[in-house]
Design a binder for this molecule. Structure first.
Ligand code: G3P
Length: 221
């Protein structure tokens, strides 16, 4: 997958419920084709398949199981069968134990899914890098949903993540997220060595979604 990468996590905002992810997916597809950039959409689980028919899609969460008696779980084989190409794992709003993160990464490898593991600080970056996921997304929890981006408020946390991951797992790409809204936020993230960004509110809550995504794309160029 060609960096830089933009991941839009639709979470479970009012603006993301029901059939609404389809609109986001159509806009993302149009803009990624137009600007030749990689955009991944992470919709609420019920719309995973619909969105995957339109554009590159990942799930918001993963449970570390093979098919079986796991009520309410979202498992790698199902994510794959529904047409998604990967998953967010251990998002700040859905954290799981480290041993489960490792199992999820291994299952993603088995089912040829991209693993995007979210981490909260530089300590966790180093621990997760040992599991060699495809992506590590550094997201300081206190900046999530706010107006100051991680690349502005905590540039050192992005830089340190990039350096640490390079030493432990050179094939893992580092992304950053939290508070990303403008082209400047994206540009700074990339200058700090990130291979892309992951964000939610800056797009989901925007009055004009197309304009909001295009603004972010400008920072990727
Ligand atoms: O998964 C992305 C996320 O947690 C960042 O959220 O709203 O700060 O862009 P937001």
């Amino acid at each position: 997958m060609e960096p830089p990468i933009l991941i839009i996590n639709l979470k479970e905002y009012e603006q993301s419920l029901g059939e609404k992810p389809i609109k986001f997916a159509e806009v993302a597809k149009k803009l990624s084709d137009k600007h030749k950039v990689t955009i991944l959409i992470a919709p609420p689980t019920p719309l995973l398949n619909e969105v995957a028919k339109i554009t590159s899609t990942i799930s918001q969460h993963l449970d570390p199981f093979e098919p079986g008696a796991h009520t309410g779980a979202l498992i790698p084989k199902e994510v794959k069968d529904l047409g998604a190409i990967g998953s967010i794992i251990n998002h700040s709003e859905r954290r799981i134990p480290h041993e489960d993160i490792k199992k999820c990464i291994d299952l993603c490898r088995e089912y040829e899914l991209l693993s995007v593991v979210c981490v909260k600080d530089n300590e966790e970056v180093k621990e997760i890098a040992e599991f060699k996921p495809d992506f590590i997304a550094i997201e300081p929890p206190e900046l999530i949903g706010g107006d100051i981006s991680v690349s502005t408020a905590k540039p050192e946390i992005v830089k340190n993540s990039v350096n640490d991951v390079k030493k432990i797992s050179p094939r893992t790409y580092v992304l950053c997220g939290a508070g990303i809204k403008t082209r400047e936020d994206v540009k700074k993230a990339i200058e700090l060595g990130a291979k892309g960004v992951i964000l939610a509110s800056g797009v989901v809550k925007a009055g004009n979604v197309e304009k909001a995504i295009e603004e972010l794309i400008m920072g990727m160029k």
